[in-house]
Design a protein around this ligand. Structure first.
Ligand SMILES: C[S@@+](CC[C@H](N)C(=O)[O-])C[C@H]1O[C@@H](n2cnc3c(N)ncnc32)[C@H](O)[C@@H]1O
Length: 231
């Protein structure tokens, strides 16, 4: 199946609210556990001065979990949708665990054109993650350039996203299996996201052509693609 892109930013109010209300706790928890494993394996020591960036953070599902897992470090969620960021900040503000979120902040920015100065960051990232973001990216090379622009030698990357199935029918089967009773807008967006996602071969090809080294692109379960690497 050929890739069919969807809009990069999620700004439609109803779409944003439905996304924020959907329970992704199972997959979000798995994503964070995998990151913890990767950080342990890499022997990276996250300390007070460390910076972890979550690209395409949306309403902060993952970002807030990361900040409470590592309360001493700086965690920055970046998104280009002010509607998403409004919910993320609201959640941080109303969290019962506010003190564990003291290192958390959000910034508005377009991930196709990021730089440390543009984001007003005082340092380069130690870890950059994203969850369910890459399928929105229209030009993968811009994304790679942005990643480099906020990274230093040794930055750990972990990007988890959907991968594109072989056909529309397979996309429908995945929706019926994993999201059978969701709101119609959520179902529409899930199918569109599967069709907009990259395949493993496409990602490997982009990384090879851009001379990236030290990375793995792994198909996980029946629908995910993990891109794991060290700068
Ligand atoms: C499907 S949501 C994922 C949100 C979150 N990472 C999660 O796991 O719940 C994708 C998010 O990426 C954001 N996004 C997509 N393309 C972007 C870009 N070029 N710059 C900034 N944000 C972008 C969208 O606005 C949306 O909030």
């Amino acid at each position: 199946m050929l890739r069919i892109t969807e809009p990069e930013l999620m700004t439609e109010l109803e779409q944003v609210n439905i996304y924020a209300e959907t329970d992704f706790s199972d997959s979000d928890g798995k994503m964070v556990s995998r990151l913890v494993e990767l950080i342990n394996e890499s022997k990276k020591n996250l300390q007070r001065e460390s910076l972890l960036i979550d690209l395409g953070c949306g309403p902060g599902n993952i970002t807030q979990r990361l900040a409470s897992h590592w309360p001493e470090i700086n965690v920055v969620g970046i998104d280009g949708s002010i509607e998403m960021l409004r919910i993320a900040r609201q959640r941080q503000f109303s969290s019962k665990n506010k003190s564990s979120l003291r290192g958390l902040s959000y910034k508005e920015g377009n991930i196709s054109s990021l730089s440390k100065t543009r984001l007003n960051l005082s340092k380069f990232a130690d870890v950059v993650v994203s969850n369910s973001f890459i399928h929105h990216v229209h030009d993968f090379n811009f994304f790679l350039k942005s990643l480099k622009a906020i990274s230093k030698k040794g930055t750990l990357y972990f990007h988890r996203d959907l991968r594109r199935p072989l056909s529309s029918n397979q996309a429908l089967d995945l929706q019926k299996k994993h999201l059978p009773n969701a709101h119609p807008i959520m179902i529409r967006d899930f199918i569109a996201s599967l069709k907009a996602a990259f395949t493993r071969d496409e990602v490997v090809n982009y990384l090879e052509k851009s001379s990236w080294q030290n990375y793995k692109v792994i198909e996980v379960e029946d629908r995910y693609l993990d891109i794991i690497g060290i700068n």
